[in-house]
Design a binder for this molecule. Structure first.
Ligand code: 0L1
Ligand code: MG
Length: 262
């Protein structure tokens, strides 16, 4: 069983308004227990369509729940994805306001900029890497729009995989760089609060990129040259608060940072 089109539309309005107003909502599956994962991805697209109507542009995608730790936490075996728009990009070193978020948390990531289109199904990690123009040290700010931070996997997908903002450091090419086991740290106010390896990103960040292309293919969609793909968190996400200066450092690639306004 699944949702009617009108219900999908209403859910899209609810998650979109919650994100725009920073006012959390009860989890959708409490009201619509029959919602399927496929419905959730349709809701995600419908909520993105509302952003596009307001003038935002699609600039790429994000992979979520790519680490064993996060999958275990949600009781799932597969990653999920969300959409990224130009309005979600925060310039390197930029500031966010705590009040503009529900439950903001940051995680260190590796981001890919595609030099070529990438179309599944059947994309391998090697093929995915061949489509990459540049890699970046990155930070994702995730912000679940659900009350009391309570949600199911289906709710998270409908809520655009908790996407809120993303920050990219300086980009570099892949030449001379193996990205399978890079040390990744996250600092808050100069103190290392999380340390991990890029191998925590779905075993290899390129595997995450390939999975993104293959998952889009299930809906007849593909990644385009010029788009970015956030490959997923390498460590646990950490709650941020006013006054925090957050910095991610990825060995061999660089750093990305943002500030939470006091
Ligand atoms: O980026 C992600 O891994 C998505 C996480 C979704 C769940 C959450 O908000 O913690
Ligand atoms: Mg993430």
């Amino acid at each position: 069983m699944g949702l009617e089109a009108a219900e999908v539309g209403l859910c899209a309005v609810l998650v979109d308004e919650a994100a725009a107003s920073s006012r959390p909502i009860p989890m959708l599956t409490a009201r619509w227990p029959e919602m399927t994962l496929s419905d959730a991805y349709t809701i995600q697209r419908a909520s993105m369509a509302r952003r596009f109507e307001r003038g935002e542009r699609l600039v790429g995608m994000k992979m979520g729940l790519t680490s064993v730790a996060k999958m275990r936490q949600m009781g799932v075996h597969d990653p999920i994805y969300g959409h990224l728009t130009d309005a979600m990009r925060l310039e390197e070193g930029g500031s966010i306001s705590r009040a503009a978020h529900c439950h903001p948390r940051a995680e260190p990531e590796i981001c890919f900029l595609l030099a070529r289109d990438l179309e599944g199904p059947g994309v391998t990690p090697e093929q995915a890497l061949e489509a990459v123009g540049e890699v970046f040290a990155a930070l994702e700010i995730i912000d679940s729009r659900y009350e009391d931070f309570k949600f199911t996997l289906i709710d998270v997908v409908a809520d655009n995989a908790s996407s809120s903002r993303f920050v990219l450091g300086q980009g570099r090419g892949l030449s001379g760089l193996e990205i399978d086991d890079l040390v990744m740290t996250m600092e808050i106010n100069g103190e290392v609060v999380e340390r991990g390896s890029s191998s925590a990103i779905y075993d290899h960040p390129a595997r995450s990129l390939a999975a993104q292309a293959n998952m889009l293919a299930e809906r007849g969609e593909r990644l385009l040259a010029g788009q970015v793909v956030m490959s997923g968190g390498a460590t646990a996400a950490v709650a941020v608060k006013p006054g925090d200066r957050v910095r991610a450092v990825v060995e061999g690639i660089g750093a990305a940072s943002f500030f939470v306004e006091p």
